[in-house]
Design a protein around this ligand. Structure first.
Ligand code: NAP
Length: 287
């Protein structure tokens, strides 16, 4: 049982975690903090948080667990703001989609990585943002990746693991570097491609007609381009090495496809499409 949970950034992910822990009866008071008083009032009105604090240092006072759920670009400022007031025995975790940058932010803000700091990332979300989009079931049966640092106390790791299990998630652990490489491939690259494709089409003269004729395939492929631009800006900038590596591989493969179309190379096209279909069918059967 968490007596006081402080969530900094009560949006889709922070709000959903608060709702899930309340549903499980696993939390006493939820304190919410963020930049915009109106957003916090909405979170209060929705019953997602029990108390709103505009001041981050005040928000973490008395907390058993502090969860940073802002865009990753804000992590260092948030850590600096809470560092003087964070209770020594409070667990500190985050939900950011990039882990190396968040660990670097914690190191910069705290001087050395706190023993109670356990970075995390729920592999669950939607293209919607804000507390209104949050829901208690978001993490049910979904994975949460923890990337403990060399300083993370095993008891702190166990505490953060327990919190996510109470929220309905399955918890796995991996290294920071492995997390960032895998997520660059499975999440960051696809988001970049979706944003890029929609932007290319939106710049065409006949875009109205193109979007009017768009069918299910276009909607399926581009749903994630409705995600929050600031959040995805931060993710791309803060996972630069891994994302650039994946992007280069993708560009090379795309170039081969372009050449195959120009050369009328049916064998190559069919090979790629057949391989991709088999891989996706298998992945979806296994998932
Ligand atoms: P969101 O719905 O936009 O929520 C972000 C929250 O952070 C908002 O409540 C915002 O409130 C607050 N915030 C923004 N900048 C801040 C700052 N400088 N200081 C304090 N609070 C700040 O975004 P989200 O989807 O929940 O994403 C939050 C984090 O989860 C991100 O790091 C993201 O990488 C990660 N994540 C997202 C997903 C997903 O699918 N959405 C999945 C897994 C992980 P104010 O504007 O009122 O300050």
């Amino acid at each position: 049982m968490i007596k006081q949970l402080t969530i900094i950034g009560v949006g889709l992910i922070g709000g959903s975690l608060a709702r899930a822990l309340k549903r499980a009866g696993a939390v006493g008071e939820v304190v919410g903090a963020g930049r915009d008083a109106e957003h916090l009032q909405r979170a209060l009105a929705l019953g997602v948080i029990d108390r709103a604090e505009a001041n981050l240092a005040a928000a973490v006072q008395g907390a058993d667990v502090v969860v940073v759920a802002t865009p990753v670009g804000a992590a260092e400022d948030v850590f600096r703001a809470i560092a003087p007031a964070l209770p020594t025995d409070a667990l500190l975790t985050d939900v950011g989609s990039t882990k190396d940058s968040v660990v670097a932010a914690a190191r910069a803000a705290f001087g050395e990585l706190p023993k109670n700091f356990v970075p995390g990332h729920p592999i669950a979300g939607t293209e919607k943002s804000g507390v209104e989009a949050s829901f208690a079931e978001l993490f049910d049966g979904r994975r949460v990746i923890l990337t403990p640092t060399e300083n993370s106390d095993p008891a702190a790791v166990a505490g953060v693991r327990e919190m996510w299990q109470q929220a309905g998630a399955e918890v796995v652990e991996t290294s920071v570097a492995h997390h960032d490489e895998v997520l660059a491939a499975t999440s960051h690259l696809p988001h970049l491609l979706a944003f890029s494709l929609v932007d290319t089409l939106a710049k065409l003269d006949d875009k109205q007609e193109i979007f009017e004729y768009a069918a299910g395939g276009f909607r399926d492929f581009t749903r994630i381009a409705s995600s929050d631009p600031q959040m995805w800006h931060d993710i791309c900038v803060h996972n630069e090495p891994a994302l650039l590596k994946m992007l280069e591989r993708f560009e090379a493969d795309l170039d081969k496809l372009r050449q195959a179309i120009a050369d009328n190379d049916s064998d190559y096209l069919l090979q790629v499409f057949t391989r991709a279909k088999a891989a996706r069918d298998q992945f979806c059967d296994d998932a």
